[in-house]
Design a protein around this ligand. Structure first.
Ligand SMILES: NC(=O)c1ccc[n+]([C@@H]2O[C@H](COP(=O)([O-])OP(=O)(O)OC[C@H]3O[C@@H](n4cnc5c(N)ncnc54)[C@H](O)[C@@H]3O)[C@@H](O)[C@H]2O)c1
Length: 455
């Protein structure tokens, strides 16, 4: 009998989890508090853009292995394992993580599991120590529940392949080391942790067989792996963007610098693409929450460099605005700006903390008429920023523009024909915010080409 799994929270992470787990042969019930989202998913529609996810969702529904509900009681009765995938955004008024979705989910689920033995697996990104506190709370509400923490490393735009073929599986289990506990409670804890590990090995059997490393840690280390990974990635991106700042002052070329650095096997080329910096629903909020948690733990100095990582990242947005202003003659009043891309990255419609949208809005606020186009993120952007102009195509976005800004490196924009776009713009000025275009090609078509960190 295959394991029955629930996935609580069907956003970017949870929907990919649910559809992928069903494709691996498990019976899966997805749960969300948003009835509109649940109706869409039951009707075979993914309510956001993620390549390859919709066909997987539909085949799970057709096979009868995948369903969605808002009903927690149904989920509690159904699942042998409950994966928690709710959001952990940044608090509105601080750098800390907002754990209200997580706490709400556990408060609803736990009493319904009071008489059952089952495994609850946290997949959200949380401040270190959260899982330990949840586990204490769960042991009071539902003593038969075992808690594990398995952080998720998927990248939006690659969610299906990353979930089906993870580069590692990290499993945080409750430790039986506490000196407070008796010998018998330590051995019962250790056997429950052993069962949890066996269940998670079963869930991930295919990926393990395909060679994915399966790393077992304590709860705190598992929580830390995720935020440490994001801190490292953010640092690498801001490092090359700091080099871009230096190149701008010293008339160097950060694109060539990055290529040359990347050949060093100790450094590697991944993540060394200079540009407008990181955004989205993870990296910015995760490094801020990590700093806030380090502060609470009394080790704020250990992560003080992340403040600079964040500041470098935000300065790239300001630099992009400055370059655009230079190209329209020093002021935005009366200028027309065509913006290509508003999603925080290509192959996603996620606009959470999108550098592209931030730049577009800033330039609009400074007096320019800004028209944007994105292959998939238009509805989200229009809802968040109705004050911007919205075009039906890249050509329409840049029509009559004094300057064109490439802010999200969709393939459609990377491959754009400079001649064709140049026929509709007022002037042939472009700022390549992602170092995604071939400067020689654009200059050959008489464009004044500028990019972050390049002459
Ligand atoms: N998006 C990513 O690429 C990614 C990658 C790795 C890890 N993560 C982490 O995964 C978690 C989820 O991120 P996301 O981007 O999918 O968030 P999201 O905002 O897209 O989705 C959260 C979902 O949870 C639902 N929800 C809220 N409260 C609920 C409750 N009590 N019960 C059931 N559902 C509830 C919301 O309606 C929403 O559909 C976060 O901790 C995030 O940091 C995200």
């Amino acid at each position: 009998m295959p394991l029955r799994l629930t996935v609580l929270g069907t956003g970017y992470l949870g929907t990919a989890q649910a559809a992928c787990l069903a494709s691996l042969g498990f019976e899966v019930l997805g749960v969300d508090t948003d009835p509109g989202r649940i109706d869409a998913l039951n009707g075979g529609t993914v309510p956001f853009h993620e390549p390859d996810l919709q066909p997987l969702l539909r085949s799970g529904l057709r096979a009868g292995r995948l369903r969605f509900t808002t009903n927690y009681a149904r989920a509690a009765a159904f699942g042998d394992v409950h994966f928690i995938c709710v959001g952990t955004p940044q608090q509105r008024d601080s750098n800390r993580a907002d754990l209200s979705q997580l706490n709400g989910c556990v408060a609803t689920l736990a009493p319904l599991l009071a008489d059952r033995e089952c495994l609850v697996v946290g997949k959200c990104t949380v401040p270190v120590g959260t899982a330990g506190l949840l586990s204490e709370r769960l042991s009071l509400l539902a003593p038969g529940i075992e808690l594990a923490w398995c952080p998720e490393f998927l990248r939006e735009g690659h969610a299906v392949s990353d979930t089906l073929r993870p580069d590692r599986i990290v499993v945080g289990l409750q430790s039986s080391q506490s000196s407070q506990s008796s010998q018998s409670s330590r051995s019962s804890q250790s056997s429950r942790a052993g069962q949890a590990e066996a269940i998670l090995r079963e869930v991930h059997a295919e990926q393990i067989a395909a060679g994915a490393p399966f790393l077992v840690t304590d709860l705190a280390t598992a929580e830390l792996v995720k935020v440490a990974a994001n801190a490292f990635l953010a640092t690498k991106i801001s490092f090359i963007n700091a080099m871009a700042e230096v190149c701008e002052a010293a008339h160097g070329d950060v694109h060539l610098l990055a290529q040359a650095l990347g050949h060093d096997p100790r450094i590697g080329p991944a993540g060394l693409r200079p540009g407008l910096g990181f955004g989205g629903g993870c990296l910015p909020k995760d490094i801020r929450a990590f700093m806030a948690r380090a502060d609470e733990l009394g080790v704020d100095q250990a992560l003080s460099f992340l403040r600079e990582v964040d500041a470098i990242n935000m300065r790239r947005r300001a630099r992009m605005v400055d370059l655009a202003r230079e190209l329209v003659g020093g002021g935005f009043d009366g200028a027309k700006v065509g913006v290509l891309g508003v999603a925080f990255k290509p192959d996603s419609d996620d606009i959470r903390d999108s550098p592209a949208l931030d730049v577009a809005k800033t330039i609009h606020d400074l007096g320019a008429a800004v028209t944007v186009y994105d292959p998939v993120a238009m509805p989200q952007a229009r809802k968040a920023h109705p004050e911007l102009g919205y075009a039906e195509s890249a050509v329409d976005a840049v029509r009559d523009a004094d300057v064109v800004l490439l802010l999200t490196e969709w393939a459609e924009f990377r491959d754009a024909d400079p001649e064709r776009l140049g026929m509709v713009t007022a002037k042939r000025n472009i700022v390549d915010g992602r170092n995604a275009l071939d400067p020689a090609r654009w200059r050959a078509a008489s464009w004044h080409y500028r990019a972050l960190g390049r002459p």
